[in-house]
Design a protein around this ligand. Structure first.
Ligand code: ZN
Length: 226
């Protein structure tokens, strides 16, 4: 009897330890500080809430035809996946998340060398009006007020040269949903900071995996952040 009890206690202890090690207790953030392997997350969250949910006022008026037909579906992707997020599609004057196709001159100047590895970028502004970068994130209020998402103007050019034609819609939507994830404050789960192999729309190199909606990892990350 006594022996059995000890076994049970040992089993419970093992179960607790395995639960502790398997549950993600942190979200993959955009910014970290420190040095490997002791990275410290610098969490940053979206500011606006409506009825307790993160609220994104979104606009896609400046998307070209490579993207515009996917805009409604893409704007619904995060609220469909997570109860933490709501989205309202608004006009450009009142939006806080703008998705736009970048001009070729801008893209050529800024991202051409990294094309086609960079398909979209997300620029964040804090509630105190500063551009949020690795250098300024700690000076910011740690809240995101505005996100400008710029997408490559060469998406259709990549169709013939790079992407499997059948995967193109997936690639486009995955890129758009991924960049909105950055607006929510989510980082890449497969880079140097505590990388995991989970399916995630926030993986760097997203779009090749065959899905374009937020995955369980992403939903967990939002639950841990918000
Ligand atoms: Zn990214």
């Amino acid at each position: 009897m006594k022996h059995n009890k000890k076994l049970i206690v040992t089993f419970l202890l093992l179960l607790m330890i395995s639960m502790l090690s398997s549950v993600d207790v942190f979200a993959h953030e955009i910014f970290y500080e420190g040095t490997s392997p002791n990275w410290q997350a610098i969490p940053i969250v979206w500011d606006e809430r409506v009825s307790g949910k993160v609220h994104l006022k979104m606009n896609g008026d400046y998307l070209n035809s490579d993207y515009s037909s996917y805009y409604i579906e893409v704007s619904n992707a995060w609220p469909n996946a997570s109860t933490k997020v709501s989205v309202a599609r608004t006009n450009f004057g009142t939006s806080k998340v703008d998705l736009a196709t970048a001009s070729k001159s801008y893209w050529d100047n800024r991202w051409r060398e990294l094309s086609p590895f960079v398909l979209g970028v997300c620029y964040l502004t804090s509630t105190d009006g500063i551009s949020i970068t690795r250098n300024t994130v700690k000076q910011s209020s740690r809240r995101i007020r505005y996100a400008a998402i710029l997408l490559t103007p060469y998406m259709s050019a990549y169709e013939s040269s790079l992407f499997d034609r059948n995967r193109r819609p997936n690639h486009i939507r995955a890129t758009m949903v991924h960049e909105i994830g950055h607006a929510l404050g989510l980082g890449h789960p497969n880079v140097q900071y505590y990388p995991v192999n989970d399916k995630s729309i926030m993986r760097q190199g997203t779009g090749y995996e065959g899905y374009y909606t937020p995955q369980q990892h992403d939903i967990n990350d939002l639950a841990n952040k918000y």
